[in-house]
Design a protein around this ligand. Structure first.
Ligand code: THU
Length: 131
């Protein structure tokens, strides 16, 4: 699975985003070490705080299916599926990644066209909390 294939899966997932309040649609595609891909989108709520980010949707789908080993996640986001800029994961999603992934876990940021950036979890969330 190439970076661009994973980004395309994230773009497809963003089509399912439920974002009637922000209109900011996010898609994620989580690659497991066994090669399976779990996608996710953001799901908003009228009460705002129950909103779930695309990255966490993908992680929770995967973990609830018994997956524990992950190698990378692709993320795209933008107003109404216009992915003009990179969309970097929020702090809560970074903490969820830190729960299940090593510091070498790769976060692939996609946007329109074929450009992408790759950041490790080590760089996204240094000195992360754990018990
Ligand atoms: N959002 C995500 O899905 N992932 C992130 O990492 C950042 C924010 C969503 C939450 C909300 O539905 C919308 O983007 C605007 O904040």
């Amino acid at each position: 699975m190439t970076e661009l294939e994973l980004i395309n899966a994230a773009k497809e997932a963003a089509e399912n985003a439920y974002a009637p309040y922000s209109h900011f649609t996010v898609g994620a595609a989580l690659l497991c070490k066994d090669g399976k891909v779990y996608t996710g989108c953001n799901i908003e709520n009228a009460s705002y705080s129950p909103t779930n980010c695309a990255e966490r949707t993908a992680f929770f789908k995967a973990v609830s299916e018994g997956e524990r080993d992950f190698s990378a996640i692709a993320v795209v986001g933008g107003k109404n599926c216009n992915f003009t800029d990179y969309c970097s994961p929020c702090g809560v999603c970074r903490q969820v990644m830190a729960e299940f992934c090593s510091e070498s876990f790769r976060v692939i940021l996609g946007k329109e066209g074929k450009d992408f950036r790759v950041i490790t979890l080590r760089n996204l969330l240094p000195d992360s909390f754990s018990i």
